[in-house]
Write a protein that binds this ligand. Structure first.
Ligand code: GLN
Length: 534
């Protein structure tokens, strides 16, 4: 029998960047730890069809799912916390909603009626919320509404929430995340911004059931009572979300604040199982009690942005905890590295990671970082563009291929060691211009890759257009750079390693997308282990 799914909406007020994604993922984790089946979904109010076309300066990293959807980075948090894959259905933008409705209109699906925001756009939103629950037989669907209440853009989403609350009663609740600022001059926490943002929600007909307050100082009972009184909620429904040392502390903090039991009470869900987050706590213990600290250089062109390499940074946290070492990431701007300062910048690091990316800005610096790692036998991990840079560097400096390059940067190079392969050209012709999502890879025995994965057949996620040009494979392998992972169907090279090096791996795919707290990614775990033992 199909289950009755309950729907939890998470909205935000007062300011952006309060951490709705982490609160949603933490609540999901707690419900999952009580044996419930939980799905999380993010609605983004912008008009882009997906974040794939967005510059990382806009919304940080683009997270890629198994089915090849280019999505918001919050889906990365959902996967890292829940250890369950997400898909296209977990991230919906205003652009996609409108595109669907307009396509239906063009096909005549609305039988001559006037197509309007209410009911057509709101129905499409509600359909997508319900569908996620129904398809997966979830007990709970948590839907995070991007943006801040009061934004013109998010109005249709808030209206859809109002309707669902009305239709479903206690099977649908709203958690509103706000900020309770501390005014140092007055020595006080201030509740007025929270009151105002709840009033704004009420103007749109939505009464929040639970208010989660981001704060730098503990909320005392007086503050909780005040917020409860002004915002029509029970004092027990005012939840403190204090600044945490690590995002991985938040589920534990939310358990202390009883966010999960509050949700279960309000949705009238019987509590059947005790909460069990033992594994999570073991992870936290390893994370917080490192035996040593190591330094890894992350070479990329968006290093001033915290969110641009989110999944890579989190994968290093997971791998650090697994090895019980603290990984200090030193971000180095690829444009700042050259042959004369590489030694000064990189001589003290235990490992070097060259980041993924698009376009030729900073490429020369990335190639210098690869050269430094190769020559000085420093553990090296190159991801996607980082792997391509490793191939270019080896071509130029070991094989003496003058001007070896990727055709992404120089279409006229004499040595197109990275190129668009014939079978990939066909894909571009059909409109989907990248190799996206999960593809199989076969691992060669007696390699770092084999030791890393302990498996012959693996699957990893991709997001790229260019590939290693296998015309050059023989020459590379003769000179000591070998393909230790290939796609079993079309032989595309997925992993390149140096024979004569303690740990040097370039991967065409993105291992960072699959690293979770419960399953730290083997490539990162091995890389950090090699860096630790350097
Ligand atoms: N720009 C390269 C390509 O398209 C690498 C992409 C990436 O690093 N994700 O193949």
């Amino acid at each position: 029998m199909a289950k009755k799914t309950k729907f939890i909406f998470v909205t935000g007020g007062v300011a952006s960047s309060l951490g709705k994604g982490i609160i949603s993922a933490s609540l999901a984790k707690l419900l999952q730890a009580r044996g419930f089946k939980v799905g999380i979904q993010k609605f983004d109010p912008y008009i882009n069809i997906d974040p794939g076309t967005l510059n990382p300066y806009e919304h940080g990293e683009c997270f890629v799912t198994e089915d090849g959807a280019e999505t918001d980075l919050d889906l990365g948090h959902y996967e890292r916390f829940l250890n369950e894959p997400t898909s296209q259905a977990n991230n919906v933008t205003t652009g996609r909603i409108y595109q669907t409705v307009i396509n239906k209109e063009r096909k005549g699906d609305y039988l001559g009626s006037t197509v309007q925001i209410i009911p057509h756009i709101t129905d499409e939103i509600k359909y997508r919320v319900r569908l996620l629950g129904k398809k997966n037989n979830f007990d709970f669907v948590i839907t995070e509404i991007g943006g801040t209440v009061g934004d013109i853009e998010s109005l249709p989403f808030i209206e859809a929430v109002r309707q669902m609350k009305w239709e479903l009663g206690s099977d649908s609740i709203v958690i509103h995340l706000t900020l309770v600022p501390y005014l140092a001059a007055a020595g006080e926490l201030k509740t007025k911004p929270t009151q105002h943002s709840v009033k704004m929600l009420l103007e749109h007909g939505v009464q929040p059931d639970i208010i989660v307050c981001r704060t730098e100082h503990h909320l005392n009972q007086h503050i909780r009572d005040k917020i409860a009184r002004f915002c029509n909620v029970q004092p027990s429904s005012v939840i403190e979300s204090i600044d945490a040392e690590s995002i991985y502390d938040v589920p534990v903090l939310m358990r202390q604040e009883k966010l999960d039991t509050e949700v279960l009470n309000i949705t009238k869900t019987p509590i059947e199982n005790e909460l069990n987050i033992d594994e999570w706590e073991k992870f936290l213990k390893r994370l917080k009690n490192p035996k040593a600290t190591i330094e890894v250089a992350l070479v990329g062109k968006y290093v001033e942005l915290q969110d641009a390499y989110k999944s890579i940074l989190e994968a290093m946290v997971h791998a650090g905890a697994e090895n019980q070492v603290k990984v200090k990431v030193q971000t180095i701007h690829s444009e700042s590295i050259n042959a004369s300062n590489a030694d000064e910048l990189l001589k003290n690091v235990n490992g070097i990671l060259v980041a993924p990316g698009f376009g030729d800005r900073g490429i020369q610096g990335k190639i210098e970082a690869v050269r430094y790692a190769r020559e000085n036998k420093i553990p090296f991990l190159g991801i996607c563009l980082g792997m391509q840079c490793a191939v270019i560097e080896f071509g130029r400096n070991v094989l003496d291929y003058k001007g070896a390059d990727s055709t992404e940067f120089n279409s006229k190079t004499d040595y197109p060691v990275i190129d668009i392969m014939e079978n990939q050209k066909k894909i571009s012709g059909m409109g989907g211009t990248m190799r996206l999502g999960s593809y199989p890879c076969e691992i060669k025995p007696n390699s770092h890759a084999a030791e890393t994965y302990q498996d012959k057949n693996i699957n990893e996620r991709h997001r790229h257009r260019f590939e290693f040009n296998d015309k050059y494979l023989k020459k590379y392998e003769e000179a000591g750079m070998i393909a230790t992972g290939t796609n079993p169907k079309d032989n595309l090279v997925e992993i390149m390693e140096l024979k004569d090096h303690p740990w040097f791996m370039g991967v065409q795919f993105h291992p960072e997308y699959k690293s979770t707290v419960a399953n730290p990614h083997p490539v990162f775990v091995s890389f950090i282990k090699a860096a630790y033992h350097k």
